[in-house]
Design a protein around this ligand. Sequence first.
Ligand SMILES: [Zn+2]
Length: 74
Amino acid sequence: MAADSSPVDPNLCPLCGQSNACANEEERRTGVMQPPCWCASVDFSADLLAHVPAQAQRAACICARCAAGEAAAP
Ligand SMILES: [Zn+2]
């Protein structure tokens, strides 16, 4: 699995590894303007962010499921 030197995929949720469907990243990838990302209107709890690996913080978005606390623990 991911070593700590592996690059972070900005399209994948660092918590569950699923697509985070981030509009900002979609816009960067496709060059097509996207509506403001859902994540801009969500408060990510400090507790949730504490689970994000250091190298993924500010690099990859948490997905909507994890932000809502609905993802099953591994
Ligand atoms: Zn997730």
